[in-house]
Design a protein around this ligand. Structure first.
Ligand code: BGC
Length: 735
């Protein structure tokens, strides 16, 4: 009997060996991927190829079923895995198993200044995507923060190309370790929502290469991103999804990108350019790709029947569709057809913990006079929480990044849970925003309040007078015109008379903590009236817990701003020069490379809070910076060192920033630019020497006269500081 079983097993083994031997090359994962790509391609008909290069539903595109090659399934991105929608409608399909973990917004991730947090983020969201059988995650976004009015800034990583690069690479790697492609978006120059489908950006090559492209380049060349999404806007007169210069010259030729270029949804505008300029896949927002309903909609896409007819008639060579299909097959082999990829994980304790850790590390303590934070719970018997954002869901809304989260701990809830019975927590609305309770087909808690602003302010102030501490939780939200895709903000100021409310609260109770929930800088005319201010971003599922942990000091805040907070709009380059949002569809980036702190430095404008700013519940003393050698030799490195000591009584993390300035150059350069940073953990009294290695690459600028990164000999200064405006020590060296 036993013998019989062994024989059968042996036979099965032999059969499977034979089967493996006869496997077509494309199914044999022992074969090199390029060989498999060519083999699969050689077996496909023209019709099968054309089907592959455009959508078949809102978020999927066909594989080649005859050959057993699976479909591609995508999902937004970038803060969690979006709920399932109907095949051909934007409405949610009403599944009961698609409520995800909501991770903090990417501005918060950037504010951690911690590549380890980015790796954790990428790994976790990648696991959620994998579990949900998505092979492309539509994110992360790395468009540079050019103006605080951009409605989508919350989905991006701030104003500095170096910081964004250091954060995007581990995010991409973390996602892709799951066999899920990260689709980095929106390539490129998508820095506003106003007229986003039409606006033509004019920018000089220096700003393009030094400011707007580095994070994309890092994602592609270091992170090895398998997909990239074209932007809606135009550049050099061509839509970015079919832009020869961006997609062919830069992405393919300069960066050697071998992944898939996916159009933004409805971002393709004509067949010819879509064929020849480097796009691989067309997706659409409306049923006919551009406008409204039509039958056989997907067949009408620019890269569908119109493409097929051109191929069939011989007007376009088959090689053009082959180029696209090669990239798509490579994507499929890297993802769905990689049999070794892990299985993913969805809504787990690990993911909640990851979301909370990232949130806690990203919260920025902007101001803390009288050390009013952390709350002194021995002396606090009652707390008043004020503000709509304390009770408003923020995982819903904002456009395509809107999520159906399995849960979201709201700030008021988080604070109440944390305080337990020892402290009384009362609540006053203070202000009321939009009246609609429905967003993206989901109910965002019933929080309509029809009282007038005066009534709400009066009530809040009366209660504030009786409280030991008042915590105001306001800011922006995910409605159109605020932090939301599809439109830009109209002003820097807070909406719904919050400024008036905050000033009134400050008069009613001097122990006022202001927590701003936003993905953008806001004006703070009351900045000198309140002792403590926190920027708390959109924090996802664990929002309330993370905030409560920082308020009580269980977590010592360690985030720093990834963008400058201006006092007023006219302090920002794009606004000062009057470009934004462009005229007659033309937007000229006249400020060139002077974006964010580069502009503030150059024009000696004092920001409200500078790039890189963030306080801690402890203090750090910076020693004197020294350099390992006074001269940087060609192709060598030198080390800049500085001792940092925790002089306070609590353990804490400090983000030590290194900026470099060039004393003389043939082209104008910023006073200084971020070139390195380290986030270090110090126990009370502990000192560490932080070392930064500097190479010639850190001294280069993009010389548009030669289209090359160049370095010129001379004197350079390494500035080390706690923010871009708080330089603690500097040291010169020569090249
Ligand atoms: C957005 C993209 C998003 C896509 C799919 C577009 O409107 O710009 O960021 O990934 O929709 O939802």
């Amino acid at each position: 009997m036993k013998k019989g079983i062994s024989l059968i097993l042996l036979q099965l083994f032999a059969v499977s060996l034979m089967a493996q031997k006869n496997l077509p090359v494309y199914l044999d994962d022992a074969q090199p991927i390029e060989k498999r790509v060519e083999d699969a391609l050689s077996r496909m008909t023209l019709e099968e190829k054309v089907k592959m290069v455009h959508a078949q539903s809102k978020f999927s595109s066909p594989g080649a079923p005859r050959l057993g090659i699976p479909e591609n399934w995508m999902s937004d991105g970038p803060h969690g895995i979006r709920a399932e929608v109907f095949w051909d409608e934007w409405n949610q399909a009403g599944w009961t198993n698609d409520s995800c973990t909501a991770f903090p917004a990417l501005t918060c991730l950037a504010a951690t200044w911690n590549p380890e947090m980015a790796a954790l983020y990428g790994k976790s969201i990648g696991e959620e995507a994998r579990f949900r059988n998505k092979n492309v995650l539509l994110g992360p976004g790395v468009n540079i923060y050019r103006t605080p009015l951009n409605g989508r800034n919350f989905e991006y990583m701030g104003e500095d190309p170096y910081l964004a690069s250091r954060i995007v690479v581990p995010y991409v790697q973390g996602v892709q370790a799951n066999g899920v492609a990260a689709c980095v978006k929106h390539f490129a120059l998508n820095n506003q929502e106003t007229d986003r489908h039409g606006v033509n950006v004019t920018v000089d090559d220096r700003a393009l290469y030094e400011i707007y492209l580095p994070a994309f380049k890092a994602a592609v060349t270091e992170g090895k991103a398998w997909a990239i999404m074209g932007a809606y806007n135009r550049y050099k007169g061509q839509w970015c999804c079919q832009n020869e210069y961006l997609l062919k010259d830069i992405l393919r030729d300069e960066w050697k990108f071998d992944g898939v270029v996916i159009s933004d949804w409805g971002g393709v505008n004509n067949t010819e350019q879509a064929i020849y300029h480097g796009l691989d896949m067309e997706f659409g927002t409306w049923t006919d790709g551009m406008k409204s309903n039509a039958s056989n909609a997907y067949d009408q896409y620019f890269l569908a029947n119109p493409f097929l007819s051109l191929l069939k008639s011989g007007q376009v060579k088959e090689e053009e569709v082959d180029k696209k299909v090669r990239n798509i097959l490579r994507l499929i082999f890297r993802t769905t057809m990689d049999r070794t990829r892990p299985f993913g994980l969805f809504v787990s304790q690990e993911h909640s913990l990851a979301a909370r850790q990232i949130a806690e590390e990203g919260i920025v303590l902007l101001k803390n006079d009288r050390s009013i934070l952390p709350l002194n719970l021995d002396q606090t018997k009652n707390i008043l929480v004020v503000g709509e954002n304390a009770i408003k869901m923020m995982t819903i809304g904002g456009g395509s990044s809107s999520l159906k989260a399995q849960y979201e701990i709201l700030p008021l809830e988080g604070i109440k849970n944390k305080m337990g019975s020892a402290v009384t927590v009362d609540y006053a609305r203070g202000y009321a925003g939009e009246k609609d309770t429905q967003q993206d087909g989901l109910r965002a808690a019933d929080i309509v309040d029809n009282r007038s602003a005066d009534e709400l302010i009066t009530e809040a102030c009366q209660k504030a007078k009786k409280a030991d501490v008042v915590i105001f939780i306001g800011g922006l939200n995910k409605h159109a015109g605020q932090d939301c895709e599809g439109s830009d903000r109209q002003e820097l100021g807070l909406p719904y008379q919050q400024d008036q409310l905050i000033s009134a609260l400050a008069k009613a109770n001097s122990n006022l903590v202001v927590a701003i929930i936003s993905g953008n800088a806001v004006a703070m005319p009351w900045v000198n009236e309140v002792p403590a201010i926190l920027e708390t971003w959109y924090l996802g599922s664990e929002a309330g817990n993370a905030l409560a942990n920082v308020l009580t000091g269980q977590v010592n805040p360690s985030g720093k701003l990834p963008f400058t907070f201006p006092v007023q709009l006219s302090d920002v380059g794009a606004h000062s020069l009057g470009d934004f949002p462009g005229e007659n569809g033309e937007e000229n980036y006249q400020e060139s490379i002077f974006v964010g702190y580069r502009w503030f430095d150059k024009n000696k404008i004092a920001p409200l809070f500078p790039f890189g700013h963030g306080l801690s519940y402890t203090q750090f003393a910076y020693g004197k910076a020294t350099v390992s050698s006074p001269k940087l030799q060609i192709n060598k490195t030198l080390t800049v060192s500085i001792p940092i000591r925790n002089t306070g009584k609590k353990a804490g993390k400090e983000i030590v920033q290194l900026y470099i300035g060039d004393s003389e150059s043939s082209l104008v350069r910023p006073i200084k630019e971020l070139k390195a940073f380290q986030k270090i953990n110090l126990a009370p009294g502990e000192e560490k020497i932080v070392e930064f290695e500097i190479s010639m690459d850190d001294l280069k600028f993009f010389d548009d006269r030669y289209h090359e990164w160049i370095v010129e000999p001379g004197t350079f200064t390494a500035y080390i500081g706690a923010s871009s405006a708080d330089i603690r020590s500097s040291v010169d060296f020569e090249l």
